[in-house]
Design a protein around this ligand. Structure first.
Ligand code: ZN
Length: 258
């Protein structure tokens, strides 16, 4: 799927909405209100529908997702492999996941990922810049960047969220807010993960970056939900109301060259 999408993208004149449609001969693109659906591809009428009521960034991702559906339907080998391996709901799920993978591969040129990693290293800053330059959501950028990172790094997008109220809290009381992990992903081979909702302590560099709006790089720790603090080099890159963070984990002592 990734190769299908990347090959398709390589033949396009650009990656804006108009250019994205260029490779699909005879397929029409229609924007219309679609309730809570993001989009759809109708192979019979050769139409891609995109919900006109959602954010432009999301429309673009949806368009790339629907194009992936069209590419998949045009690839008999891949399609028959999928039908042999899965059926029913599971097949649907696998196809949806594949089309998200295809969308990311369409919208994020491999050369841009390599450029961000060589300029900024596997950092929160690389994550923020990739999201901005590819014009994709921070979570899409995060998964893709993590996948291409060779160092032992955890990435996270952190933002302030309301904490769920405990039962028995005063009804009149306003829910507390806290800086938490929204989405996180690790480089291949890293066995640790940061669950969404994990709170960031006030004295952590990620919290300081949000307060000061300044990027911070320093030796600190990964604030696991269990309370465990694992030493890590933290790069915290503020982006409006969020912080793009990376945690470079120490190479395990026994694996280090003597
Ligand atoms: Zn879909």
């Amino acid at each position: 799927m990734k190769m299908l999408a990347a090959d398709y993208a390589a033949r396009l004149p650009g990656l804006d909405t108009h250019s994205l449609m260029h490779g699909l001969d005879g397929v029409q693109l229609t924007f219309m209100p679609m309730g809570d659906r993001d989009g759809a591809y109708d192979p019979e009428h050769r139409v891609i529908l995109v919900n006109s009521r959602v954010r432009p960034e999301r429309q673009r991702f949806t368009l790339a997702h629907e194009i992936s559906h069209a590419l998949l339907l045009g690839d008999d080998d891949l399609l028959s492999d999928l039908h042999d391996a899965y059926e029913g709901d599971r097949l649907e799920q696998v196809i949806e996941t594949l089309c998200n993978v295809g969308a990311a591969a369409l919208l994020i040129p491999r050369t841009l990922i390599d450029e961000m990693l060589s300029r900024f290293g596997p950092t929160g800053r690389a994550l923020g810049e990739l999201s901005r330059r590819a014009d994709i959501s921070a979570s899409t950028a995060l998964y893709t960047l993590a996948e291409h990172t060779t160092e032992p790094v955890l990435y996270a997008v952190c933002a302030v969220a309301r904490l769920p109220m405990d039962e028995g809290d005063d009804e009149g009381e306003r829910p507390a807010k806290a800086l938490t992990v929204r989405v996180s992903s690790a480089a291949p081979g890293v066995k640790y993960s940061l669950r969404p909702g994990t709170p960031i302590p006030d004295d952590h560099p990620v919290a300081a970056a949000l307060d000061t709006r300044l990027p911070i790089t320093q030796d600190s720790y990964v604030p696991f939900r269990s309370g465990r603090r694992m030493p890590a080099q933290v790069d915290a890159f503020p982006d409006r109301h969020r912080v793009m963070a990376s945690f470079l984990l120490p190479v395990r002592a026994e694996a280090a060259p003597v």
